[in-house]
Design a protein around this ligand. Structure first.
Ligand code: ADP
Ligand code: ADP
Ligand code: MG
Length: 707
């Protein structure tokens, strides 16, 4: 990637400390570019590291913030100046953060994305405190912060908007009338919403009020505001957005577009640039409208204008403007060869945009295609439910010119349930879209994460999905391609064989008492030191439903050789060794060599083999279960993830039907309804409203109905 020239006119013109002034940055610094020397990064995780990287590259001193659960996180450790805010939610405490910035002698604050980045009050207070807010003027954030107000401004500026009701009347009956006028299906959206939250599709008048209440409740919890808008729901839409940049001198450019149509829960998973199968005229029109949108609110800095593109009609409509740098900005960096954080700093310093529209287009003509995959701790097979926990093992693909990893974690770190479960972003580029997808798949096959469940296996399947490869993307892609994206393949016997070999060798080297290791069985015919062990293993299907357990017998036949029997088949004389430093089990079978990363966490095994992850569980033999007095938990409904109980929908002694809601939990700002797996009677409500539960904690115990 090309490094920036540091324009001569910023260099050391002014001293580091600024005198407090209450004028907005836009007027104060338009004619006097001033080099920033110290910045406070008001964010966490990969974005905090990302901003810090560019700032350090240009000699800017950075101060980072952290909270109690983040004390040892990578972003907190990345700067010698790191301040503890304490409470997990304190990243939202703008007043305190401004005070810290002043005390630390910082000249500017970079808000990253999420948290305070689109908070106009915070941006204004920064400016009034004499700090440079590295983002647009607060007036522009305010204008775009409301999904309804922004649509009025856009309509006035000649930018097409989706038909809908964006007004103040919030009477449910009135909103329902508006929905009827627009025509079903409609989409309800929290006017203050973001991150896909506070949004519900309504297919018919019958479900209108239910969906309205549910959208409002989520909006209240996430944004403290429940004002809703109703708009036409586009049934086969693409999400196409334009990266814009404006400076304080009236220049405004579009740095190409990104297609972010591959989404779950209205949140992006894959983002790419350029958008596939897009007519060149439409592309130019999108850029033009995006610039018009930015200019209409006197924009400065990095922003994204999001459009919804109707695949049925070829029309596009303004959806919203995100007045910040976005999660997916690296895609644009890959196809332009520019550092957008650097551009943000230049604009904040009062400098001019480094490239003209024409230069950007010339640049993009040579850079090919880029794709970003968001790596999340979540379970795609369980409706992409967030997961958390310690990263027991982490191996990332090699970074190169065309493979970039923006991560906030290293092995051993904890993915906290307090925050967004994004672990990393993997960004690749290639001369063509096909080449980029190919590279993404190859990189994902090298990506190993054990601990929390991730979406890596799912994204690998996306990479080979024929319609995705052909560029036929739309926001409903995942739903429409369910059978191929969520296949139910049986595991090959070699996976079980490798698991059992790993366990055998591991327990032989450590030999602690381990009830899972199975009974030492007879070893007749071999020397006394050659043991045989039997392991009961079960595939952990991602959808939580358990399969059959399989028994695997390992018989050692010489110091490094084993016979492995699964069902009735025996693999003879496998030579196998386990390297503790790399956790790699290398086995030579009669027919093949297998190299497997073997990670054990108590009764859970994670294996990486031939580019795929496998998760297995050891089942305790019955004798050990009895000996240890293990309690039967089959009649408890367990918390599927760390969570807080929001509502309890049943009472003790009450009858429940299969599928009936039992409790509603909240995890990572998302509500999940826990339903009864069977017909029965509630025996005990174990946890009440407000309780914080670990994954696996019983929530409700019930007695199955006798039939
Ligand atoms: P993008 O459009 O860049 O994908 P998202 O809408 O997914 O951005 O949000 C980016 C990040 O900001 C995510 O981590 C998300 O959880 C967080 N976020 C989005 N909106 C809000 C909000 N209103 N309050 C707090 N965090 C938010
Ligand atoms: P957020 O602030 O949460 O990002 P957006 O308004 O940007 O909310 O919408 C998020 C996603 O929801 C879009 O990317 C798109 O997939 C879907 N969406 C939004 N509006 C519509 C609509 N009118 N019809 C169909 N899908 C929509
Ligand atoms: Mg959006």
């Amino acid at each position: 990637m090309r490094a920036f020239r540091r324009s001569g006119n910023f260099s050391r013109l002014l001293t580091a400390t600024s005198t407090p002034h209450s004028r907005s940055v836009s007027t104060a610094t338009a004619s006097t570019p001033k080099a920033l020397t110290s910045v406070l990064i008001a964010n966490r995780g990969e974005i905090a590291l990302r901003v810090g990287r560019t700032a350090s590259e240009y000699g800017i001193k950075t101060t980072t913030l952290y909270t109690d659960p983040d004390a040892k996180s990578q972003h907190a450790l990345s700067s010698p100046y790191a301040l503890n805010l304490g409470d997990p939610s304190a990243y939202l405490d703008g007043g305190r953060i401004i005070k810290i910035a002043k005390q630390q002698g910082c000249e500017g604050i970079h808000p990253g994305y999420g948290f305070l980045s689109e908070n106009p009050v915070f941006a204004r207070e920064c400016t009034e405190a004499g700090l440079i807010f590295i983002g647009p003027p607060w007036e522009a954030i305010e204008a775009m912060g409301s999904k309804s107000k922004s649509k009025e401004i856009m309509t006035a500026a000649g930018v097409p908007c989706i038909p809908g009701y964006h007004g103040e009347n919030q009477d449910p009956e009135y909103l329902k009338d508006q929905a009827a006028k627009i025509g079903y299906p409609v989409l309800l959206k929290a006017v203050k919403g973001g991150g896909g939250k506070g949004m519900r599709i309504v297919n018919n008048p019958e479900e209108f009020f239910d969906q309205l209440n549910s959208a409002k409740s989520e909006a209240r919890n996430s944004f403290g505001d429940e004002v809703m808008l109703v708009e036409k729901y586009i049934t086969t839409p693409r999400h196409i957005e334009v990266q814009v940049f404006a400076d304080k001198h009236g220049n405004c450019v579009a740095l190409g577009e990104r297609d972010c149509s591959i989404q779950r829960r209205h949140q992006k998973i894959l983002e790419e640039s350029p958008a596939p199968n897009l007519n060149e005229e439409v592309r130019q029109d999108l850029w033009e409208k995006a610039r018009a949108a930015a200019l209409a609110v006197n924009y400065e800095g990095a922003g994204t204008v999001e459009f919804i593109f109707d695949n049925d009609t070829g029309e596009f409509f303004f959806m919203e403007m995100n007045t910040r740098l976005q999660v997916e900005h690296p895609v644009t960096e890959m196809v332009t060869g520019e550092d957008l954080v650097r551009w943000q700093l230049i604009v904040a310093e009062g400098g001019r945009l480094p490239l003209t529209q024409k230069e950007i287009e010339e640049r993009m003509a040579t850079k090919g295609h880029a794709i970003e995959a968001r790596i999340y701790a979540e379970n795609p097979d369980m409706n992409f439910m967030p997961d958390s926990g310690k990263l027991l093992h982490l191996r990332t693909p090699k970074s190169t010119e065309s493979v970039r990893i923006d991560a906030g974690f290293i092995a051993g770190d904890e993915v906290s349930s307090h925050y967004d479960p994004m672990i990393a972003k993997l960004i690749v580029s290639g001369p063509t879209r096909e080449a980029a997808i190919q590279k993404l798949r190859a990189a994902l096959e090298e990506y190993e994460v054990a601990g929390p469940i991730t979406n890596i296996e799912f994204i690998k399947r996306m990479c080979v999905s024929p319609d995705f490869i052909s560029g036929a993307v739309e926001t409903g892609y995942i739903e429409k391609h369910r059978p191929e994206l969520f296949p139910n393949e049986p595991l090959s016997p070699e996976v079980f064989a490798q698991a059992a070999l790993g366990l055998f060798i591991e327990s032989a080297s450590k030999s602690p008492f381990n009830p899972f290791s199975g009974a030492v069985t007879a070893s007749a015919g071999f020397g006394p030191s050659y043991q045989a062990r039997e392991f009961n293993l079960i595939n952990i299907p991602a959808d939580g439903k358990e399969g059959e357990s399989l028994s695997v017998k390992v018989q050692q036949v010489s110091p490094q050789q084993y016979d492995v029997t699964i069902n009735d088949h025996t693999y003879r004389s496998i030579s196998a060794s386990l390297s503790p430093s790399t956790a790699t089990l290398t086995s030579f079978y009669p027919h093949t060599r297998l190299s497997t990363t073997f990670i054990r966490d108590e009764d859970r095994l994670t294996l990486f083999q031939q580019g795929r992850q496998y998760r297995l569980r050891m089942v305790m033999p019955k004798w050990a279960e009895k000996a240890l007095g293990v309690k039967d938990v089959t009649h408890s409904v367990l918390a599927p993830m760390p969570c807080k109980v929001l509502r309890v929908e049943v009472s003790e002694g009450g009858a429940v039907k299969e599928g009936q809601p039992l409790v509603v939990i909240e995890s990572m700002k998302m509500e999940t309804v826990i339903r009864s797996p069977k017909d029965g009677v509630v025996e005990r409500v174990v946890h009440g409203v407000g309780d914080i539960c670990k994954a696996g904690t019983p929530l409700v115990e019930f007695k199955e109905e006798e039939t």
